[in-house]
Design a protein around this ligand. Sequence first.
Ligand code: SF4
Ligand code: SF4
Length: 122
Amino acid sequence: MPLKDLLKPFKTLKNISKKPMTLVFPKESLPPTENYRGRQLLDVNKCIGCGMCSRVCPNDAINMVDFMNKKCPQIHLGKCCFCALCAENCPTNALTMTNQIFIAGYDRFFAVYDPEKLSKNE
Ligand code: SF4
Ligand code: SF4
């Protein structure tokens, strides 16, 4: 076997002094890319309760519920595929997609975003 092939495995030794490529999640994370579709944000004042978002949702993830004397969307993010059809078809732009991608909890009910939770940008 030629000498250069024998030395090949030792090429990796140069990485010993380098910083690891992996991040210590959740303390560290990369920012989402531009136009990444995270969870939705609801502007309750703009919502007219028309239910269009609920009708166009292909995953049946949106229910219309009573909130502030009108009907507003409640989204089950566990069913959502983040296609953005709900936001794109909202006639008043009350529903928009954010780049919030960290949606996790200890039970499935955590993923149910009622209008109040949906309207908080946090
Ligand atoms: S969020 Fe938009 S589409 Fe959905 S009920 Fe409100 S106004 Fe209609
Ligand atoms: S992003 Fe798509 S799947 Fe998710 S709630 Fe909106 S329409 Fe439904």
